[in-house]
Design a protein around this ligand. Structure first.
Ligand SMILES: O=C(O)CCC(=O)C(=O)O
Length: 242
């Protein structure tokens, strides 16, 4: 699905929960960003036997920070990209009434190929993490918006999404799969694969039902930033009384 105008982009997001912006980065922008992200991946792989090897992704802002100590400009480049006007322009108009217009950055990740074995990820909505009670999760899905913005730095067809699932609660089959014992089944009804060419960007609603499968080859190098439009819960600090 290709969006050419703001209205198309917003309409596609409302209807399907995702859209693709083809050729968002040109070849030199892609090479520059990949070089910067690879700094963190190479260093993380050297420091860990797990992270960067058998994980889906590394965090560029938490796992990765120590990994940029020899090359802080690489982190600056990544931070400038995920905060850029160009990326924010793609996110504009995606919030729901009552939310903030401006997105807040939550984290940035780098999805990588596996170094040991292939495996299938679980079907999930990101909203389920930390929510044991499906009814509380359901309220979150109905009232808030969180989005992944990603750019493939190599061709990447690993992600599958159930189109439209961001805008409704689960069918019985979906709930049985994503909160049941067979979360990696290939038989999710109506799932669609999102095939990105190197340089393509994709925005998808984090509450959509989605998953990916993880392979040793071909190389996977996709930068993904997570943003929310939910209003922050601000806790009041009251000084202790003496
Ligand atoms: O592209 C992927 O590997 C899956 C992404 C995903 O499931 C997530 O970030 O919640």
């Amino acid at each position: 699905m290709m969006s050419t105008s703001t209205t198309d982009r917003i309409d596609a997001f409302r209807a399907h929960g995702f859209f693709v912006a083809r050729a968002f980065l040109d070849i030199s922008e892609r090479a520059e960003l990949r070089r910067a992200c690879d700094v963190a991946l190479v260093r993380t792989r050297a420091l860990s036997r797990e992270t960067g090897h058998s994980t889906p992704r590394i965090s560029l802002l938490t796992d990765g920070v120590a990994c940029f100590q020899d090359d802080p400009r690489a982190l600056e480049l990544i931070a400038a990209f995920i905060g850029s006007g160009r990326v924010c322009a793609l996110l504009s108009g995606l919030s729901r009434p009552g939310e903030q217009d401006a997105p807040r950055l939550k984290d940035a990740h780098y999805y990588h190929e596996q170094t040991r074995h292939d495996w299938d990820g679980d079907w999930h909505r990101d909203s389920q993490f930390g929510q044991a009670d499906p009814e509380i999760e359901r309220a979150l899905v109905a009232t808030t918006t969180s989005v992944h913005f990603r750019v493939a730095l190599e061709d990447d067809d690993r992600l599958e999404i159930v189109p439209g699932s961001h805008a409704r609660w689960d069918t019985l089959d979906e709930l049985r799969i994503r909160r049941g014992a067979d979360r990696t089944t290939p038989d999710m009804p109506n799932a669609a694969r999102v095939a990105l060419r190197a340089g393509d960007a994709c925005i998808f609603h984090a509450w959509s039902i989605h998953r990916a499968t993880y392979l040793r080859a071909p190389p996977r190098r996709t930068i993904d930033a997570l943003y929310t439009f939910a209003r922050p819960t601000v806790r009041q600090w009251t000084p202790p009384t003496t």
